[in-house]
Structures are given as C-alpha cells and as structure tokens.
Write a protein that binds this ligand. Sequence first.
Ligand code: SF4
Length: 221
Amino acid sequence: MDDRDLLLYLRDFGFADVDVSARAAARRPTGPPRGDPLAADDVVVMAERLADCRRCRLCQGRTHVVFGVGDPKARVVFIGEAPGAEEDRLGEPFVGRAGQLLNEMLRAIRLRRGQVYIANVLKCRPPGNRDPQDDETAACLPFLRRQIELISPAVIVTLGRVAARHLLGTTAPISSYRGRWTTWQGTPVLPTFHPAYLLRNPAAKAQAWADLKQLARKLDG
Ligand code: SF4
C-alpha cells in the first residue's frame, strides 16, 4: 500500500480532514527534470535538462545557464561567444548593448529576433568576461552542436573569432575569413564580426553590413 492508498483508507474510516491531493502533490519531485540533454529531441526539453548543469567550473559563478533564445525551427542560427553580465542576470543571450546592435542588424534585413535563433559557444558566463578556456568549451560544445542539429537551420552565422574558432576550427585572424561562406556539417556558415567588436570599432560596420546583405540574399534564394 502506497501513501495515497493509505490516506484513502484512513479517509474511508472517517478521517475526513485527510487531504489526499495535497499530500500527493507534496511528494511529487520538484526542480528541473533530470535526463541527458544530448538525448533530448527538442531544444525546449534540452534547455530544461541543462538548467542545472555542473559539467565545468563556470557553473560556480553563474546566475543562469544561458541556453539560447528564438524560434526552435529558425532558418538562421546566430552563434556568439558566451554570456556577459546582463545575459547571466536575465538568462537570455545578447540582451546588453551588443544584443541591441544585433537586433538592429536583424531589422536591417527585415528579420525579427523571434524569427531567428541565438546561442553562444558557452552557456555560462566566464568570470570577468574572459575568453573561454579549452576544457570549458570541450565540456559545453556538444550541447551547442546538438542544439544546432535539433534546430536544423538553413544557415549559421558565427559572430566573432571565438565562435568561428570553436565551431569551424580556425585560428586565423577574423579579417581573413569574415564574409566568406563555409560549411559546418553540410550547413552553410557565414562568419562575421561580433556586435561587441562593432561597438568598439564602428568603422567595421560597413563590412558587417556587406555580410548581412549576403545573408539576406542567401535566405531569399
Ligand atoms: S558552461 Fe556549459 S558545460 Fe559548463 S556548466 Fe555551463 S552549461 Fe555546463
């Protein structure tokens, strides 16, 4: 006899104040569902399973695992580097000044933030916004790869050298490959500048605009 049966039994014997539903609810497990994030078959379930990830040291200082945002079936996925302070606080990628610029860039090619998907190489904020360390990216990259596979976009855009390095395996200067199409597992990839770089170097916005026009043509094609 489990607890619920016992409570029903007691109620049959006149213990009218026994609240079966409340006791049963109180015994239900709480907290995020467990399970292998890599075995999830959609990004919402995957995000739930990764919400308390402790697979690398970055879990120690984070507020939120910043999984990604946007249409789970988007035609274009943007990949950045890692959450910053605002992203960590709010649990959403690209919400600070760089995020506002990314939103403007999207609007310039008639895309809304909700029509695309935005994620980072790392899902937890490195302290002081330092570069990701190799063991951290080794721990986290399988989740990004699976995330992209589940979304199955028509196009991927890498934002900045860190995203290109870890997704495409290039350590060349970004100026040598930005705006040049390549592929990741058969999906076209367009590397361009990170919006944070564009905020520091406004002169590079002309090149970023050229890249955006290429992206728009690809999506229209
Ligand atoms: S950075 Fe990635 S692997 Fe490390 S704790 Fe966060 S979600 Fe897990």
